[in-house]
Design a protein around this ligand. Sequence first.
Ligand code: SAM
Length: 239
Amino acid sequence: MAAGAWLKPLADARRPAPRHAERMTRFALHRYGSGARLYDMLSLERPVYRVGRARGVDLLGLRHGDRVLDVGSGTGLSLPSLRRAVGERGKLVGVDASAQMLAIARRRIAAQGWTNVDLRCGDAAHLETLLRSGESFDAVLFAYALSVITDWERAWDGAVAALRPGGRVLIVDLALPIGWGRLLSPLARFACFVGGSDPRREPWRRLFECAPDAVHAIARCGHIHLAVGTPVQAPKAAA
Ligand SMILES: C[S@@+](CC[C@H](N)C(=O)[O-])C[C@H]1O[C@@H](n2cnc3c(N)ncnc32)[C@H](O)[C@@H]1O
């Protein structure tokens, strides 16, 4: 049995029922749709969350010419560092279920004059419908997204399936602070509540299950977790 294959039934059991998933996704979309214009201003990007994104992209070790899939790409806050890393010859694909969040990202792309960034609107749980046939990536990024996406296990599976063999995954996500940072737990809980993020989900554990080389780091007293690794994938069945 392939490593971790026995975990699959467990993962399936954890998946939300389809109707519930749909309702929760609509709820998340409403939240992000109505808040899109204020997201960059109110998301505490500079003082709190940028560090996770910046350190994570560094750890990913991207090279010029790489192709990167940004799942739950939102307003495109990760795009500047990704674009710097992959250069003009690289390719960035951002996927998000909120058209309003993507509209802000489009403005960012237009303002920079980037021509190698493609945004696609849809549910990350159905990535196969958003990616072109045969499209594959050197790296996948989930920045503050897996704790928000309702059927995140499915989004994970779809993204890993779109990785080229040896491709890497970066997860940046949220948990409640530890140590003296616990004093700030009410604020962290509030931030998660506002963003619809489940701080108990710990999606980076999914990477540990399948990436023997996974590295893990925390920032902001454990409120931000980063994990990077190379998922070992079962060989694809011949068509
Ligand atoms: C906390 S924001 C993170 C955005 C961006 N990655 C960042 O770092 O700023 C979460 C994003 O996930 C998106 N999202 C929520 N559910 C989704 C789903 N089912 N499929 C795709 N995107 C989803 C939201 O629209 C939102 O843009």
